[in-house]
Design a binder for this molecule. Structure first.
Ligand SMILES: NC(=O)c1ccc[n+]([C@@H]2O[C@H](COP(=O)([O-])OP(=O)(O)OC[C@H]3O[C@@H](n4cnc5c(N)ncnc54)[C@H](OP(=O)(O)O)[C@@H]3O)[C@@H](O)[C@H]2O)c1
Length: 324
């Protein structure tokens, strides 16, 4: 097993993506030092403790992004650090305190712990397509977005896209810190992540699918890239394991409008009541392309979006978020 004898750290381990990352790392033989915010909350840790290999090789720590030095003991003795913790939700009242501070100060706190830990060879940061595609440049079917694109903080502020801004600023801060302190850093930039849930709670991107199958009458007028959570977790591990991995990796299987998702769901579940109308009368927000060249070279062979949608629905059903 490639990770046998190696120790790595995962921040925000109870989250949707991180839980899959911990699972795959344990499967590959790694010893995982994982941080969660609340060690006393069974909903945040029981699914991790139940993973294969967890008894022997999973060590849980309490850490908060907003507390300086919180991650010092978590990264101790690690060769690799996977920084995934960052708030991802949209209904915020104070964007600075709820999203931007934990994303940016949290990233710098994690990096400050890393810089004091010489055994760390590489830090893999879970960034987002949010930090790539939002800069006002037109996105239409003929446009190919790739790793050279950067979102503009000013554009995000004007548009009040606070989560997008938090990821843009966090990635900017991470690149600056890693360059200033000679830390080998790679970012993984997924679009909307779907696929099976390991954790018992509902996360924001899985909720995007739930909202289509829970009886709602309209679908949003929006187009997003979609990618399977297992591919996202695998990409993180490859970004650590492949010595030549560098820079950023956009992770998108396909960009699709919600109308296309509804059509796929209808083909898969013909009896299911699905939204029949778009939420507004405007023209559909166009799709665009995202380059797969770099991630394919890393070794990602994307799970098709149709499979990802079905896996999400089955998982939401199994966990009792929807019944039909
Ligand atoms: N899902 C997507 O579509 C998507 C796409 C691109 C990028 N991402 C990025 O992927 C990462 C994980 O997101 P996710 O989708 O897995 O969401 P998630 O399930 O909500 O996980 C977020 C994690 O961040 C932790 N966190 C939030 N605030 C924290 C704080 N102040 N201190 C310590 N931990 C904190 C959460 O801890 P608690 O469990 O204690 O709340 C949770 O473990 C994030 O960086 C997100 O921006 C997600």
């Amino acid at each position: 097993m490639s990770g046998s004898g190696k120790v790595v750290c995962v921040t925000g381990a109870s989250g949707y993506i991180a839980s899959w990352l911990v699972k795959l790392l344990l499967q590959r033989g790694y010893t995982v030092r994982a941080s969660v915010r609340d060690l006393a909350d069974p909903k945040k840790i029981e699914h991790l403790r139940a993973l294969e290999g967890a008894n022997e090789r999973l060590h849980l720590f309490k850490a908060n992004l907003l507390e300086e030095h919180s991650f010092d003991s978590v990264v101790e003795g690690c060769e690799g650090v996977f920084h995934t913790a960052s708030p991802f939700y949209h209904n915020v009242t104070d964007p600075q305190a709820e999203l931007i501070d934990p994303a940016v100060k949290g990233t710098l706190n994690v990096f400050s712990s890393c810089v004091k830990t010489p055994c760390i060879k590489r830090v893999v940061v879970t960034s987002s397509m949010a930090a790539v595609a939002y800069n006002g440049r037109p996105r239409t079917p003929d446009v190919v977005v790739d790793e050279t694109w950067f979102s503009s903080a000013e554009f995000c502020k004007q548009a009040k896209m606070w989560y997008v801004l938090s990821k843009t600023l966090a990635e900017e801060a991470a690149w600056k810190f890693s360059k200033d302190n000679s830390i080998d850093m790679v970012t993984i930039n997924p679009a909307m992540v779907i696929g099976p849930l390991l954790q018992p709670t509902l996360n924001t991107s899985a909720a995007a699918i739930l909202n289509l199958i829970n009886g709602s009458s309209t679908y949003p007028n929006a187009s997003f890239g979609w990618v399977n959570v297992k591919d996202v977790a695998k990409a993180h591990i490859l970004a650590f394991e492949v010595p030549s991995a560098s820079g950023r990796y956009c992770l998108v299987e396909r960009v699709a409008h919600y109308a296309e998702l509804v059509k796929i769901l209808h083909d898969q579940y013909p009896a299911l009541k699905l939204p029949e109308m778009c939420a507004d009368d405007e023209p559909f927000v166009p799709i665009y392309q995202v380059s797969k060249e770099k991630t394919k070279s890393l070794g990602i062979d994307y799970i098709p979006v149709e499979t990802s949608i079905m896996e999400t629905v089955e998982s939401l059903r199994e966990k009792g978020f929807v019944s039909f």
